[in-house]
Design a protein around this ligand. Structure first.
Ligand code: DC
Length: 224
């Protein structure tokens, strides 16, 4: 068995995966990898360069021009797209509205999974996404599957976006989350599903501290 520990966190959109993953990485001194940010950065590049998603050749070629890196500073992870920090821009609605279609493309998933597996090889990591426990690291020793009431998820995300100055309604946020849930669970290429050995964490009625405590209890037996 490998010595490094991979903590795989999967789940629905906006249910606090990254909040939990960051808190765990901080507490355990693990590396945090936000795979959603990778799909978002690819989407941003495709939008900027008007990549035709129906053109498989164009998508494949475009992927060769996209170089992604993570840069950590004060426990904040920044995603760098071809040398540019796009951490803020990838959270905007324009990206959220197109990321499901982009992340359903086989060529995109193949490339991202390859990069994610490379990043996690022989390191202690917390990785969050939709297919980490099923496809990227099916042998991960700790798998957590997160869920929460869609209305609560929309309210949390709405607060975050409006605090950043985005002009948007709660209904639009709710619809986007419902659309992404639908796309993520029904797509052909590694759809979102709970790995049979993943622990379910429903945080509808949990605070951030409580969910961290829940996860830490499950992880403790696996720590060196
Ligand atoms: O975690 P997030 O909401 O930032 O992810 C953005 C989108 O990327 C999400 O709608 C689905 C997709 N995604 C994916 O398909 N596979 C992953 N491992 C991570 C994200």
């Amino acid at each position: 068995m490998s010595k490094n520990l991979v903590i795989a966190i999967d789940g629905y959109s906006s249910c606090g995966k990254s909040t939990l993953a960051k808190a765990l990485a901080r507490q355990l001194h693990f590396i945090y990898i936000d795979t959603g940010a990778m799909y978002r950065a690819v989407t941003l590049w495709f939008l900027r360069n008007k990549t035709d998603l129906a053109n498989a050749e164009m998508v494949k070629e475009s992927l060769q021009d996209i170089h992604l890196n993570f840069h950590s500073q004060d426990y904040q992870t920044h995603i760098i797209l071809n040398g540019e920090d796009v951490s803020e821009e990838i959270r905007q609605m324009a990206v959220s509205q197109n990321v499901s279609e982009v992340s359903a493309l086989k060529a995109v998933r193949k490339e991202m999974v390859k990069q994610q597996q490379r990043m996690g090889k022989s390191k202690n990591i917390v990785m969050d996404g939709r297919d980490i426990g099923t496809t990227v690291f099916p042998d991960a020793r700790v798998k957590i599957f997160m869920t929460a009431d869609p209305k609560i998820r929309a309210e949390r995300r709405f607060k975050e976006l409006t605090a950043k100055g985005e002009s948007i309604t709660l209904e639009e946020v709710f619809e986007n989350i419902a659309h992404r849930d639908y796309m993520d669970t029904t797509r052909e290429e590694s759809p979102l599903s709970r790995a049979h050995d993943a622990i379910i964490l429903d945080n509808t009625e949990l605070t951030e501290e409580e969910q961290l405590e829940f996860a830490m209890k499950k992880i403790k037996p696996f720590l060196p």
